[in-house]
Design a protein around this ligand. Structure first.
Ligand code: F0G
Length: 372
C-alpha cells in the first residue's frame, strides 16, 4: 500500500508515518495488516488565548485542529484503520452513508487501497467541498432522496446481505483509529485536559475520544480523565431531547442527524465522565465559526464551531468559574475542530461578508484602510 519505506526520513526529525505506526501498540494491527495511510494524525493542538479571553476568560483553551488531516477532517483517523482492515480481509467494495466528511475520507482511503467506494449522501444536504472530494476521488456517489438516517439504514441493510465493507463508525475499527485523537492531546499536554468539548452527530467521535482517554488512563499515561462536553445543533439534538428527531435541520450539515448510531455510548461517555451534552442554535454556531477564525486563526466548518458556541454558553452560566475555583487554576479545555472551514465555502461566504471593491491606486487603498 502507500506505506513509506523506513529510510525516508527528514534530516530534522523522524518522518511522521501516520497514526497506525505511531500508536500501533494500541490498535488491532497484526503482521498481516496492510497500512493504508495518507500519513494522517499528528494534527496541531493550538493554544487559543485570544478566543478564550472573549468567550470564556476562566479557561485555558486549546483547539485540536482536525482540519489539518489529509482530507480535511477527523474521519481520516478512523478511515486509515477501517480501510486497512477491509483490505486485510480482502474486501473489494466499501460503502458508507455520510453527511460529507466520511464519504470524502472513505473515497480517498479506498483510492489508496484500490477498493471500490460507494457513498450514499442525503440529496442537496451536504457541503460543496465534501461533494467535490468524493466525486474527484473516484467514488460512486449516490444522492439519496432522504436524510442521513435514511441513507445509513440502507447501508446497514446492504452490508447485512452482501460482502461489502461497512465504513461508517458502526465499524469498530473506525473508533479504534479515532481514539488516537485523545492520545495526541494527552501526549501534547503531558496530561489529560480537564474538559474535552466536541460536536456530536452520529456520536462516534465522542465515544472514540472517551475510549482513548480511558485506555491512556488504564496504562497510567494520564492520572485524571476529562469531563466530556458534547454539543449538538438545536435542530438536530436527539441526545439532548432524549428522543429521535425525524426531520433534523441545521446549517451545520455535518451533524444533521436525528438517530445517532452510537447515541447510547455518547450518553455513557457523558455520564461516566461527569460531563454534559447540550445543544446550540444555528445562529450561535455561525457566530462562533466566525469568531473562532477571526480570533484564533483556526477556520473550522460550522459543525466544528458548535463546541465553541457551547463553551460560550457554559461560561456565561459560570460553569468554568466554578471549576476554576475547585481546581485553584484555570481549567484546561480542549475543543476538537473536527473539519476544515473550506469544506463548506457557501456558508463561509455567507458569514464572511463581501470584499470592499477599490480602484487600483495607492490612495484608494489607503482611504479604504482609513489611514489616509
Ligand atoms: N464534525 C464534523 C465536521 C463531522 O463531519 C461529523 C460527522 C461530526 C462532527 C460528528 O461526529 O458523527 O462521530 O458524532 N460526520 C459524519 C459524516 C456523520 O458522515 O461525515 P460523529
Amino acid at each position: 500500500m502507500n506505506d513509506q519505506p523506513s529510510d525516508m526520513r527528514s534530516p530534522h526529525a523522524p518522518m511522521w508515518r501516520g497514526l497506525m505506526h505511531a500508536y500501533r501498540e494500541f490498535l488491532p494491527v497484526t503482521e498481516k495488516t496492510p497500512f493504508v495511510t495518507l500519513c494522517e494524525g499528528n494534527t496541531p493542538l493550538v493554544h487559543a488565548p485570544r478566543l478564550a479571553e472573549i468567550i470564556a476568560p476562566d479557561i485555558e483553551l486549546y483547539l485540536k485542529f482536525e482540519g489539518a488531516n489529509p482530507t480535511g477532517s477527523f474521519k481520516d483517523r478512523g478511515m486509515t484503520l477501517a480501510v486497512s482492515k477491509a483490505a486485510e480481509e480482502g474486501a473489494t467494495v466499501g460503502i458508507c452513508a455520510s453527511t460529507g466528511n466520511t464519504s470524502a475520507s472513505a473515497a480517498a482511503y479506498c483510492a489508496v487501497a484500490g477498493i471500490r467506494c460507494v457513498v450514499l449522501l442525503p440529496q442537496n444536504a451536504i457541503a460543496l467541498g465534501k461533494l467535490a472530494q468524493a466525486l474527484v476521488e473516484g467514488a460512486t456517489v449516490l444522492a439519496v432522496e432522504g436524510n442521513f438516517d435514511d441513507a445509513l439504514k440502507i447501508v446497514r441493510q446492504l452490508c447485512d446481505k452482501h460482502p461489502i465493507a461497512l465504513l461508517n463508525s458502526l465499524n469498530p475499527y473506525r473508533l479504534e483509529g479515532q481514539k488516537t485523537g485523545a492520545f495526541e492531546v494527552c501526549d501534547a499536554l503531558g496530561k489529560a485536559p480537564d474538559f474535552h468539548a466536541i460536536p456530536v452527530g452520529n456520536a462516534g467521535n465522542i465515544t472514540a475520544y472517551w475510549k482513548g482517554y480511558n485506555e491512556y488512563h488504564a496504562q497510567n499515561r494520564i492520572s485524571e480523565l476529562p469531563k466530556m462536553l458534547g454539543f449538538q445543533a438545536a435542530g438536530a439534538a436527539p441526545l439532548v431531547l432524549g428522543h429521535d428527531v425525524d426531520k433534523p435541520e441545521t446549517v451545520a450539515t455535518a451533524i444533521r442527524i436525528g438517530r445517532p448510531a452510537r447515541g447510547d455510548e455518547a450518553i455513557a461517555a457523558r455520564d461516566n465522565s461527569g460531563g454534559l451534552i447540550h445543544s446550540v442554535p444555528d445562529a450561535e454556531i455561525l457566530q462562533a465559526q466566525k469568531l473562532m477564525a477571526a480570533s484564533s486563526g483556526i477556520f473550522g466548518e460550522p459543525a466544528s464551531a458548535a463546541p465553541i458556541a457551547g463553551i460560550t454558553n457554559l461560561a456565561a452560566q459560570k460553569y468554568f468559574s466554578q471549576a476554576r475555583a475547585e481546581l485553584g487554576r484555570k481549567p484546561v479545555v480542549v475543543a476538537t475542530v473536527t473539519g476544515h472551514g473550506l469544506k463548506d465555502p457557501n456558508t463561509a461566504i455567507q458569514i464572511g461578508g463581501e470584499p470592499q471593491v477599490v480602484p487600483a491606486s495607492e490612495e484608494a487603498v489607503l482611504r479604504a484602510m482609513q489611514l489616509g
